[in-house]
Design a protein around this ligand. Structure first.
Ligand code: AMP
Ligand code: MG
Length: 410
C-alpha cells in the first residue's frame, strides 16, 4: 500500500497551503466608499443597525386597519380615515371604527390588525368584515427584519448585491472597506505570442494571463499586466523589479520547473526569498512561493491547467487572506463515480469532472476525459474537481468520491 511518502521530496498539498498562509499578512489600509461603489470590496467595519427595519408596524396588504376588540362586538365598523405609505393617519380612532390602509403604510396606534380589501364589503363609510380575524393579522412588525443595534454585517464580509441593499435599508450611505490589492501578472516564455499576433514555427498563444486576469477581476483586485517577458535574464529581472515596486502580489507563470527555470530561478534568488516547491498535487507540481522586497510572489507552472488549478487552489486562498476577507467557502459533495478513474498514489489529484444527475435520480460524477496538464479544454466541459487524496489509487465505477463544485472564479 503506497502513500504520499512513496513520492519522496514532494510537499503535501495541505502543508504547502498552510505554509503559504502563515507567510502572508492581511493589508491594513482602508478607504471609504459610497455603498453604490462598494460591491465586491471587503468590509473593514462591523455594521450594526442604527434603526429598526421596518421602522414602524406597517400593513402587509391593501385593506382596512382596526382594533381586534372592535370586531368582537360588531362585524361592521365605520371608516374614519386613511393611512398611506409615507402619509400616515394623523387622527385617533375609537371603538367601532376602522382606517383605510395601503401596503407599507404605518399602522395607526389605535389599530392592531389588518383585513385585506377582498374580504370586506364597503357601503359608503360602513365596512363589513366577512371573516374571523386574529390579533396582528397582516401586520409587519417594527424590527421584524432587523432590530435596532443588531449586528448585520461583519468586518471581513465581501459585499454582494444584497448587502448593498441591506446597507441602503439601514440608511448607511458610506462604508469603510479595505483598499483593492494590486496584483502584477507576468507570463514568461520565448514561445509565447499574444492572440492577434502571427505564430512562428514553435510558437504558441499565451493564455495564462488571460485566465488569471479574469479570475483576479472576480476577486476585485487591480491587475497590472506585464504581458509576455522573453526568457532573458535582464528582461525577467527588470520585469520582476518593476512588478515588485508596484504590486502587493506578483504572479508569474512558466519557468518554475526544474531544468527550464534557470533565469526565473536565478532572478528570484537574487531578488527575494523564494521557495521552489514540488507540491504533491496533480496537475501543478512545480510551484514557487515567497517574498520579494515589497510583495508576495506566486510562481505558477506554465502548463495552462496547472497554472489555473494552482492559482485557484493556492494563490486565491492566500490573496483572500491578504484582502482581509473571510476564507473562501468551497462546496464539496461525496458522490458516486459513474466510470473508472485513472490515478496512481503519491499526489493529490484535481481531476476535471462533470457532476450530473443520472436516470435513477442520483448525483454521479465522471471525468471530462484526457487530463493532461496542457489540455485547457478539459476544463471547458467540467463543472467540478474530483479531489482524490494522495494515497488513493485507481477508482472503480460505483465508488464514492469527493467533488469540489466550481465556484464563482471558474
Ligand atoms: P514552462 O513552465 O515555462 O516550462 O512551461 C510549461 C509549458 O507551459 C510549456 O509547454 C509552455 O509553452 C506552456 N506555457 C508557459 N506559459 C504559458 C502561458 N502563459 N500560456 C500558455 N502556455 C504557457
Ligand atoms: Mg517557459
Amino acid at each position: 500500500m503506497s502513500d504520499c511518502c512513496s513520492a519522496p521530496g514532494l510537499l503535501p498539498f495541505e502543508q504547502a497551503l498552510a505554509n503559504m498562509l502563515t507567510q502572508v499578512s492581511p493589508i491594513t489600509e482602508t478607504i471609504s466608499l459610497a455603498i453604490g461603489d462598494a460591491q465586491h470590496y471587503v468590509l473593514a467595519q462591523d455594521i450594526a443597525s442604527p434603526l429598526n427595519v421596518p421602522p414602524h408596524d406597517n400593513s402587509a396588504m391593501d385593506g382596512y386597519a382596526f382594533a381586534l376588540d372592535s370586531l368582537m362586538s360588531d362585524k361592521t365598523l365605520t371608516l374614519v380615515g386613511r393611512s398611506m405609505a409615507g402619509a400616515p393617519f394623523q387622527g385617533v380612532c375609537q371603538a367601532g371604527e376602522c382606517i383605510r390602509i395601503m401596503t407599507g403604510a404605518k399602522i395607526p396606534d389605535c389599530c392592531d390588525s389588518v383585513e385585506m380589501q377582498e374580504n370586506v364589503t364597503a357601503n359608503d363609510e360602513q365596512i363589513t368584515f366577512l371573516q374571523e380575524k386574529s390579533f396582528g393579522s397582516h401586520v409587519r412588525n417594527a424590527g421584524e427584519d432587523i432590530n435596532i443595534g443588531q449586528q448585520v454585517l461583519q468586518s471581513g464580509h465581501r459585499l454582494a448585491a444584497v448587502d448593498i441593499g441591506v446597507l441602503a435599508s439601514l440608511g448607511v450611505a458610506e462604508v469603510k472597506v479595505y483598499r483593492k490589492l494590486k496584483v502584477a501578472l507576468i507570463a514568461t516564455g520565448d514561445e509565447l505570442k499574444s492572440p492577434g499576433q502571427a505564430l512562428r514555427v514553435g510558437d504558441i498563444y499565451e493564455s495564462n494571463s488571460f485566465v488569471l486576469a479574469v479570475m483576479l477581476s472576480k476577486l476585485n483586485v487591480d491587475v497590472i499586466d506585464f504581458g509576455i517577458i522573453e526568457d532573458d535574464f535582464e528582461a525577467i529581472k527588470a520585469a520582476f523589479i518593476s512588478a515588485d515596486e508596484q504590486a502587493d502580489a506578483v504572479i508569474s507563470s512558466g519557468g518554475v520547473s526544474v531544468g527550464d527555470a534557470d533565469y526565473t530561478k536565478t532572478v528570484l534568488d537574487e531578488l527575494g526569498e523564494i521557495g521552489f516547491w514540488k507540491i504533491a498535487m496533480k496537475p501543478g507540481k512545480p510551484f514557487a512561493f515567497g517574498k520579494l522586497a515589497n510583495s508576495v510572489f506566486f510562481g505558477l507552472p506554465g502548463n495552462p491547467v496547472s497554472a489555473l488549478v494552482t492559482f485557484h487552489q493556492l494563490a486565491l486562498v492566500a490573496l483572500t487572506k491578504m484582502q482581509n476577507a473571510q476564507p473562501l467557502k468551497r462546496t464539496h459533495l461525496i458522490v458516486k463515480c459513474s466510470a473508472d478513474l485513472r490515478k496512481s498514489p503519491g499526489r493529490m489529484d484535481f481531476q476535471r469532472g462533470i457532476l450530473a444527475v443520472n436516470e435513477a435520480g442520483e448525483n454521479v460524477v465522471s471525468s471530462t476525459g484526457a487530463q493532461g496538464s496542457g489540455i485547457l479544454s478539459s476544463l471547458v466541459k467540467a463543472n467540478c474537481f474530483i479531489v482524490l487524496p494522495s494515497e488513493q489509487g485507481r477508482v472503480k465505477a460505483g465508488e464514492m468520491v469527493n467533488v469540489q463544485l466550481f465556484d464563482q472564479f471558474l
